[in-house]
Design a protein around this ligand. Structure first.
Ligand SMILES: *[C@@H]1O[C@H](CO)[C@@H](O)[C@H](O)[C@H]1NC(C)=O
Length: 447
């Protein structure tokens, strides 16, 4: 089979996948540069318009290099920008597949924004264009180049925004379903701030039985709070001005620290470090040695994905890298918990303190299940929600993810809080006997 044929038949599928995972739709002023690119379709950002949406395009340094040196013979109506909703994009690709049309720009399901035949003359190398979009929906800005062998280079500044209602006509650069996100993030920041205060209070009251891991937990909560604060600021600057004014950098820094400390915390708690034992085994250290660098890679991938957008040729690769690394990290953190469960089970059988070990076992089993639920919810369910909810309610998936994360933090803090005589778990009144044994065991630990 001719490689070009394979390329063109697999391209729509690729594009669809691309569209489906590019549902981030943050919206902001985006600078993109395209160099000698002959891809027939280049997706730019996705954005949810209200009925007062606008797209501002400023394109400079245009250079079209065709197979012939004479560019005046090119049919430039087949090169240009269009907007399409997700359904329309799928429909157009179907039409191309079925050979009903030869160029995406000829389809009537798309909203044509600007075709290059509208340039005053073929040698013009820049244009500015303002396109009002009054049909509220979620659109993808796409550049189409239906001329085979035409290589396009240009610098594109694209800004999509909605005009706010009221006299001010001020611009809202956040996508329709995300415009309340700054408030959502700020609210969660306050919640974590309160949590941190509560935890400090607990640490102070129980300072005699607090372990190092409890201070580590405090650090994780504080980093999470700062991360949310930066995200709120980042989004609110983007909302008002279209760019983050440096808050994105702070946000990435805190995301990075939060990611590393959270995964480390899950591993440390999973191993029972400082709660069950003061040291880490070699294989447990190895998990950390794997997870921490992977988190570094995941964070770099996240930055690249967020900052470039789908037009970049490597964007897909980074997206895949991120998914892969994330999956590996999520699996890796489960091992120490499984090892702890195994050790406790063996101990329960051999050392004659079955009741106590069984209770610890239950705690670690619960923790295992909760970690899995947390990972599953924040990766799969949130993603599914993001895909199925209408673009107008995209914030709901953010709220769902943050609530799941909050529940996980609260569960972890509650189950592993410093206890007066019992660092691992709460004992019911009926379990007095077991508690007595537990105390004995603890004495052994302290020796
Ligand atoms: C971009 O294009 C819009 C619409 O024509 C124009 O109002 C605006 O001034 C341009 N901005 C830049 C930076 O050229």
């Amino acid at each position: 089979m001719d490689p070009n044929r394979i390329m063109s038949s697999s391209f729509p599928l690729l594009f669809l996948i691309l569209l489906c995972i590019s549902s981030t739709a943050v919206g902001e002023i985006r600078f993109s540069e395209i160099r000698s690119d002959d891809r027939p379709i280049i997706p730019f950002d996705e954005f949810g318009f209200t009925h007062r949406g606008q797209l501002e395009l400023n394109v400079t340094k245009i250079s079209l290099v065709g197979p012939n040196s004479d560019s005046s013979t090119l049919d430039l109506s087949k090169v240009g920008f269009f907007l399409c909703t997700r359904d329309a994009c799928i429909h157009v690709l179907q039409q191309i597949e079925d050979a009903e049309i030869t160029c995406t720009l000829l389809s009537d399901s798309i909203h044509k924004v600007f075709t290059f035949d509208r340039l005053p003359n073929p040698n013009t190398d820049s244009f500015n264009f303002l396109y009002p979009e009054s049909n509220a929906d979620q659109y993808t800005l796409v550049f189409a180049n239906c001329l085979p062998q035409l290589k396009v280079s240009m610098k594109v500044r694209s800004a999509m925004y909605n005009l706010e209602n009221g006299k001010s006509n001020s611009r809202d650069y956040l996508s329709a379903g995300k415009t309340i996100l700054p408030r959502v993030y700020f609210l969660f920041f306050i919640v974590y701030f309160v949590l941190a205060a509560v935890w400090i209070n607990i640490l102070y009251k129980k300072r005699l039985t607090a372990f190092r891991i409890h201070f580590f937990m405090l650090a994780v909560v504080i980093l999470k709070a700062f991360n949310l604060l930066c995200e709120a600021e980042d989004k609110s600057y983007i909302k008002r001005t279209g760019s983050a004014h440096g808050w994105d950098v702070l946000f990435y820094i805190f995301s990075f620290l939060k990611g590393i400390t959270l995964f480390t915390l899950i591993v440390l708690i999973g191993t029972g470090w400082s709660i069950l034992k003061p040291y880490l085994q070699d294989k447990e250290k190895k998990v950390l040695i794997i997870v921490i660098p992977l988190q570094v890679i995941a964070n770099i991938a996240q930055v690249v994905i967020d900052e470039t957008g789908p037009y970049g040729q490597d964007w897909m690769t980074w997206k895949q890298v991120f998914l892969l690394v994330d999956v590996v990290c999520c699996c890796a953190v489960l091992f120490p918990i499984v090892w702890s469960i195994k050790n406790l089970r063996e101990a329960a059988r051999t050392d004659g303190k079955a009741a106590v070990n069984l209770m610890k076992l239950t705690l670690f089993r619960h923790y295992y299940i909760v970690v899995i639920c947390y990972i599953y919810f924040t990766r799969v369910v949130v993603y599914a929600l993001e895909t199925i909810t209408s673009y107008k309610y995209l914030w709901t998936s953010v709220v769902a993810g943050e609530l799941a994360t909050l529940a996980f933090y609260v569960f972890t803090g509650y189950k592993f809080k410093p206890e007066a005589h019992n660092p691992y778990f709460v004992i019911d009144d009926e379990e007095e006997e077991a508690a007595a044994e537990q105390l004995k065991l603890e004495d052994e630990f302290e020796l």
